[in-house]
Design a protein around this ligand. Structure first.
Ligand code: NAD
Length: 479
């Protein structure tokens, strides 16, 4: 990092610390915002996203080199608005305390309930791949739960970070929501703040560092990480529609999506059918993919180089590469590149060892489905797992025999986009959830509250214990 970047980060770290202190003080004065206040905040968030729709598309395109406008509208803007609208419809019900059973013989007329209390000041560290969806989307759940929020965008998306900071400053008081913009030093300092909860979305390697920093404060964390998401085409399912679903998903953001298909498992006898369907879908849907408006650029020259290196390594190892575009070339100005299939790659290649996060799809043949499932289970638990087939018993068998953060049958990735359904990982792909009621609860403290009534036996827990002996005997006799 240059000296001026360090100085900039030093200033950004002081501002961050001041913002945290200010938000903590504001929270102390308003520990349980009413439903009306929360609804107003979510309404403001929706207005902010809709009013800035075109600027959001432009900023995303600027950071990525090239980016389809409808994809920004759908995912970065309308996806977030849809989440907020879902919360607005249900928040009143979610905030109602949940009554719990009490044993009247022991507790008499006492009552007990879980009350969903705001946690306080919540931090959100955001990756570059969905700069608004992953900053403002979780903010919906955080504000719904009554928290205050500080967001840290990625240093790879400076245009989006500046726009987000401007939008948020124009919409919310900084003691409610604010944005911390800076480089890696700021990122590291951010995870050391004693947040009441910290959300981190990004790679497992950095996730580990974030969790270590959070552990020093015993800050609870939600980690939304990545991994290698498989698409499993069961025997008989290599149809035009299913291959379109796999390739279509991989094209989103040129594969730079945590729930993208990382590799496809295909019955060996259907390998060529898969390749044929993939090529005909691309010829129909995006014939000049890397030169056209459908394509998203790699986020930086370094990320582009990484994908080129992976492809070159596979080629050098004699892996068959099928480029799904005639005369497809990398456009170094916009960092757009063609989509390639890597057929039957050897397991030791980087494309089979690392999350690809780019436009290469390994197509891995299998002879026996259960052995293919064993191979998945031998690796880390994926964020998403996709299974194709019309035999319900077989697709259920695949789901029952595997483990992943989420899953989808006869489609890919959509489990991450439902406003009504919690989304997150398992094992190395993460912990905790956001979206929907699971998100509201993730950022709430489920405080169990008992109100003492009459006719209870609570004093048996106090000395002298001789008076508890009769009760112990009675319970043992009855059980
Ligand atoms: P990254 O881990 O490099 O960076 C993410 C964020 O972490 C950035 O804001 C960055 O500034 C910050 N950061 C970097 N180093 C840090 C440190 N030492 N301490 C604290 N913060 C630090 O991840 P990335 O390359 O931006 O994103 C790609 C990864 O994210 C992929 O693995 C992908 O699967 C995953 N991802 C997961 C989800 C999900 O919802 N599960 C969504 C998108 C991306």
């Amino acid at each position: 990092m240059s000296t001026s970047a360090s100085m900039h980060d030093a200033e950004a770290i002081s501002s961050l610390e001041a913002a945290f202190v200010m938000q903590r003080a504001a929270f102390a004065k308003d520990r349980r915002p009413s439903i009306g206040v929360r609804q107003e905040r979510l309404g403001a968030l929706i207005g902010m996203m809709l009013a800035n729709r075109e600027r959001i598309s432009a900023a995303v395109a600027q950071d990525f080199g090239a980016h389809p406008v409808p994809a920004s509208d759908l995912i970065e803007v309308l996806g977030v608005v849809g989440r907020a609208q879902h919360v607005l419809e249900h928040l009143e019900d979610w905030m109602v305390p949940s009554p719990r059973h009490t044993d009247t013989a022991m507790l008499g007329t006492a009552t007990a309930q879980i009350e969903y209390q705001p946690k306080g000041v919540v931090g959100n560290i955001v990756p570059w791949n969905f700069p608004f969806d992953l900053s403002v989307g979780p903010m919906v759940d955080m504000l719904a739960a009554g928290n205050r929020v500080i967001v840290k965008p990625s240093e790879y998306t400076p245009a989006c970070a500046d726009l987000l900071a401007e939008m948020v400053a124009a919409t919310f008081d900084p003691d409610l929501v604010t944005v911390a913009v800076g480089g890696l030093e700021l990122a590291r300092a951010f995870s050391s703040i004693p947040w009441d909860h910290l959300l981190y979305t990004g790679s497992p390697a950095v996730g580990r560092q974030v969790m270590q920093a959070a552990a020093a404060n015993l800050t609870p964390v939600t980690l939304e990480l990545g991994g290698k998401c498989p698409a499993i085409l069961t025997p008989g399912s290599v149809t035009e529609a299913n291959v379109e679903s796999v390739i279509g998903t991989k094209l989103i953001k040129s594969g730079q999506m945590c729930v993208s298909v990382d590799y496809a498992l295909v019955p060996r006898e259907d390998l060529e059918t898969f390749v044929t369907h993939a090529a005909s879908f691309m010829a129909r849907a995006a014939p000049n993919y890397s030169r056209g408006e459908e394509c998203t650029g790699m986020i930086s020259p370094r990320h582009l180089q990484r994908i080129e290196d992976m492809l070159e390594e596979a080629q050098a190892a004699q892996c068959r590469i099928v480029t799904l575009e005639e005369d497809g070339q990398i456009d170094f100005k916009t960092r757009r590149m063609p989509m390639s299939l890597a057929i039957d790659p050897s397991q030791d290649l980087r494309i089979m060892q690392e999350e690809i996060f780019g436009p290469i799809l390994p197509v891995v043949p299998y002879d026996n489905l259960d052995m293919a499932l064993d191979a998945i289970n031998a690796g880390e638990r994926p964020l998403g797992l996709y299974v194709f087939g019309n035999d319900l018993a077989l697709t259920n068998h695949v789901l029952a025999s595997t483990h992943s953060g989420g899953a989808a049958v006869n489609t890919c990735a959509i489990q991450s986009a439902l406003p009504s359904m919690g989304f997150g990982g398992s094992g190395m792909s993460g912990m905790g959830r956001h979206h929907g009621i699971e998100g509201f609860r993730e950022f709430s403290n489920p405080r169990g509250v008992v109100v003492r009534g009459e006719g209870d036996l609570i004093d048996v827990f106090y000395a002298p214990y001789a008076k508890a002996a009769g009760l112990v005997q009675a319970v043992l006799a009855g059980s």
